[in-house]
Design a protein. Structure first.
Length: 238
């Protein structure tokens, strides 16, 4: 009998893709796409990378009309007791803790991308609007004020904004137009939300849109100074 034909060779499995954010050296040398990426602490080597993962802090822009209108990424939905926050190394949403006090976030809460503050985090923003939204939602907001706060001795300002496409609030231009009781609720939340964690929080003044714009401009500049290589920097209005 004729010998059986040899079995067909199995196809080679596809190469495994590994990814890490570019090193500081790679960042400074730029890329073919012109993307500017922030270095990671990882020491993995790049193996056959076909694309670049997006990071919500660094790859979403602050917005063309900042500081009057800015992009915002929500971490914590309104009425949540869970403190979600951006994991700065991975770009994922990290469950930090459940609030120890009997309070809930009064409004959707997140950060303004491509900003940086003295507490080593992006600039926080509380968005006044009608509805709760899902974590990691991207929206355009109009800053109307800033709550000045110290968290364990560190400056930790909170921008207060309204959603640009919420017809109940998008007409508001300044914090002075919000009801007094709404401001009292916001102040009370930040005074109380860390009490049972034995952390000292001091809420100072709530200032208007003009001061909020200054805080945002400062945070944008601090981000540029810390994360954007000089050859990629562009003067505003250029």
């Amino acid at each position: 009998a004729a010998a059986a034909a040899p079995a067909a060779a199995a196809a080679d499995p596809p190469a495994r893709m590994l990814y890490r954010a570019p090193s500081r050296e790679n960042l400074q040398s730029g890329s073919s796409t012109g993307m500017v990426r922030v270095p990671s602490n990882s020491n993995l080597e790049v193996v056959d990378v076909r694309g670049v993962a997006s990071h919500p802090w660094h790859d979403v822009t602050v917005g063309d009309n900042a500081p009057e209108v800015v992009n915002c990424i929500i971490e914590i939905p309104a009425n949540s007791k869970v403190k979600y926050e951006l994991d700065k190394d991975t770009g994922m949403l990290y469950v930090d803790r459940v609030l120890a006090s009997s309070v809930r976030y009064p409004h959707n809460y997140g950060f303004i991308p491509q900003t940086y503050c003295e507490d080593n985090d992006p600039l926080d923003v509380l968005v006044v609007m009608q509805s709760q939204v899902a974590p990691f939602s991207l929206m355009q907001v109009k800053p109307i004020g800033v709550l000045q706060m110290l968290d364990q001795g560190e400056r930790d300002d909170k921008i207060i904004a309204v959603h640009c496409h919420d017809p109940s609030y998008n007409h508001i231009k300044d914090i002075s137009e919000l009801p007094t009781h709404r401001l009292a609720e916001i102040r009370s939340f930040f005074e109380d939300y860390k009490k049972n964690e034995h952390k000292e929080v001091r809420v100072d003044e709530i200032l208007g849109a003009e001061e909020a714009a200054k805080v945002i401009e400062e945070a944008i500049q601090l981000y540029v100074d810390n994360y954007v290589p000089r050859k990629y920097r562009v003067n505003k209005g250029a």
